[in-house]
Each structure stands twice: as C-alpha cells, then as structure tokens.
Design a protein around this ligand. Structure first.
Ligand code: SF4
Ligand code: SF4
Length: 351
C-alpha cells in the first residue's frame, strides 16, 4: 500500500508549498497565462457565486484506501475527523437556510464514528437531498459496515461512488489491489436493496476520473460503456456516470511532477479552456466545510488551505449566506481543471 504525503513527510503535505508551486514556474515566467488572467479575458474575474445550493461537508480525511491520485491525501493514517458538535453546527445552518443539498464526503466518510448520527439527523430534519460520497470498498471492509446499503436506503441517501473503470486492472492500478472486486460486490449489495434500479427512486451514481495525465472522454459515451460492461459482466446497474478531471493538487500533483507530466498536463488544461464551463464551476453554487468547521469555496481549495475570503466569514459558527453569496471566490491555477473541455465538477461535466 502506498503512503499518504503526510505519512511520508512530503513537502506537499504542507498546503502552502502546493500553492506556491502552482502560482510559480510556468505560470510566472510567461509560458502559460494565469487562471485569473484567463477568466478575466472572458469577463468572469472576480469569480462570483450564484445562490448556495450545495453544502459539501468533509467529515474527515481518514480512508481505508490510499488511491494514487487522491486530492485529499486521505489514508488510514489521517486522523482528522469532524466532531459531533461541528456536525450539529452544520445541521443548524441547514435548518435555517434554503440550502437544499447536504453532500457528505471524506476520506471515507463512513469511518467517522458520528457518520450515522449526522446522516440520520439530517434526514430527520428533512434536508431535501443527502448525498454520500462512498468509495464502495468501505462497505466490504468490515462486518460493521455490511448494513450500510440498508442504512442509506432508510435515510433516503443518494449514493455517489468512484469507480475509475469497468475492469480490474485499470481500477486496481489507480486505487489498490483488490479494489475492483470489492467495489463490484458493494455495487451488487447496493443494487440488492434497490439502488440504481429503474423505478426505485434510489439513486446510485458513479464517478470516473482518468488514470493519468489526460482529460476524461465524453461523459455520455463513457456512461453507455460502463452501463453495458457492468451489466453484462456483473449484473450491476447504476443511474448516472459523472466524469471528473483530475485536479493538479496533492497526490496527483506529486504524480505529475514525478512522472515529468506536470508542464504538459497544465498546458493541456489551459489549451482546453472552455469559457462556457466557467459559468458552471461548482464553487458558484457550493460551499465546502472542513472537519474543523472552516469554510472554503470547494473541496479542492480546502485541501490547499485556501479559505473563503475573510470578509465573507471563514467558519461555520459565523455562517452568513448573504455575505457568502456576495464573496469573491478564491482561485489559483489548479482551477483550470474545472474549465477544461466539457468542464468538471462533483456532478460531472458542466458545459
Ligand atoms: S477512496 Fe477517495 S478519499 Fe480514499 S484515498 Fe481513494 S480517492 Fe482518496
Ligand atoms: S478548483 Fe474550486 S475554486 Fe477553482 S474553479 Fe474549481 S471549484 Fe472553483
């Protein structure tokens, strides 16, 4: 098993080192335009939010996997976990605002001991949509997680799961030995309680990200292939496939540099800049919260330690929708991944 950047005391375990790297080099010597310049040229700087619709809460960086390209740098050694008190602050915000979606992510969010408390409280308080980003293998990792599909069903959870490919070799190469087999078993268990089945109303989405330094292919075409292959070979059904572009931060940034692909990848992202994708970037309708209750424009900025601008408020305890909806979104050159080609967000392509 590979180790997290934190466990290796890697320079990129320090968020400011990543920001420094992304701000300099090719973006500082005139080789490539900065993201700020690029969106400015199409009238989008400063980048402003629309209405906040999605409340994405990262309840901890602990994970049972250590995937090669993880933007969270998650793994079993990460001990940052949201407390029940911070979850209660999040629930209060959800109760007193019009935000309709609670999107729970990690790490493997299910490993937080208060995960079930958080989900069932949100359900009781009638949060309109609860999404859980599950890595699938957690469901098969320990008997205490075997009933998760039933728990999701009882709490009307929409399940969104990563599956890099419909074959074992490509999936295991990116996510670890045996991940594909466990993921398929977990998908079968989810199908068994009704997830992904037509007419059940129980939504199971999959997320695809490329295995290397390239942009994802066409979302609709990939969805067709995934549906056919997973059904034919494993009897697995699901609703939507979302394609996500790898963001050049954390372990993927390390991979790009180590493999000599950093400059080429950034050039690809810049050349594929799509002005139509700028309007759909997820920071425009999402707010991201970390395990300590700090606020960010998105989960990627969270991993870079780039909090929301100070005057908009930076902590859940002072959450103010009006101020947040008027903020300037904090950007840097990693943002090119969200505007390349068909665009990229937690809900897949945007343009
Ligand atoms: S399952 Fe997700 S959070 Fe865990 S290491 Fe893999 S990419 Fe990161
Ligand atoms: S990386 Fe975050 S802040 Fe940058 S464009 Fe994407 S969603 Fe917005």
């Amino acid at each position: 098993m590979i180790k997290s950047l934190h466990a290796r005391h890697h320079q990129f375990a320090q968020q400011e080192r990543q920001v420094e790297f992304l701000s300099n080099g090719i973006f500082n010597n005139g080789t490539l335009p900065s993201f700020e310049k690029k969106i400015g040229s199409v009238g989008f700087f400063p980048l402003k939010p629309s209405a906040i619709e999605i409340f994405q809460v990262n309840i901890g960086y602990m994970c049972n996997q250590v995937c090669k390209h993880c933007h969270v740098d998650a793994g079993p050694d990460r001990k940052e976990i949201m407390t029940r008190e911070t979850m209660q602050q999040c629930l209060e915000v959800l109760e007193h605002t019009k935000i309709k979606t609670l999107d729970i992510t990690g790490g493997a969010p299910e490993m937080n001991p208060d995960f079930r408390y958080f989900v069932s409280e949100a359900h009781k308080r009638r949060v309109r949509e609860i999404i859980v980003r599950s890595n699938l293998t957690i469901i098969r990792s320990n008997p205490k997680y075997y009933d998760l599909p039933q728990f999701f069903k009882e709490n009307n959870v929409r399940v969104c799961s990563s599956l890099p490919f419909y074959s074992a070799d490509k999936t295991d190469r990116q996510r670890g030995e045996g991940v594909f087999k466990d993921s398929i078993e977990a998908l079968q268990q989810l199908n068994k309680v009704g997830y992904g089945k037509e007419g059940s109303g129980m939504v199971l989405d999959l997320v695809y990200n490329p295995a290397g330094a390239f942009l994802p292919g066409d979302q609709k075409g990939l969805e067709r292939d995934f549906k056919k292959e997973l059904k034919d070979h494993f009897g697995v059904e699901f609703n939507n496939l979302f394609t996500i572009t790898n963001i050049p931060i954390s372990r993927f940034l390390d991979f790009l540099i180590e493999s000599g692909n950093y400059e080429g990848y950034m050039e690809k992202l810049v050349n594929a800049f799509n002005p139509a994708a700028v309007a759909g970037v997820m920071c425009r309708n999402t707010i991201s919260i970390d395990w300590q209750g700090n606020l960010y424009d998105c989960d990627f900025n969270q991993m870079l330690g780039l909090k929301t601008e100070p005057k908009a408020g930076q902590h859940i305890s002072t959450f103010d929708v009006t101020k947040l909806e008027d903020r300037n979104i904090v950007i840097n050159n990693h943002c090119f991944a969200c505007t390349a080609g068909a665009g990229s967000s937690c809900q897949g392509a945007t343009a």
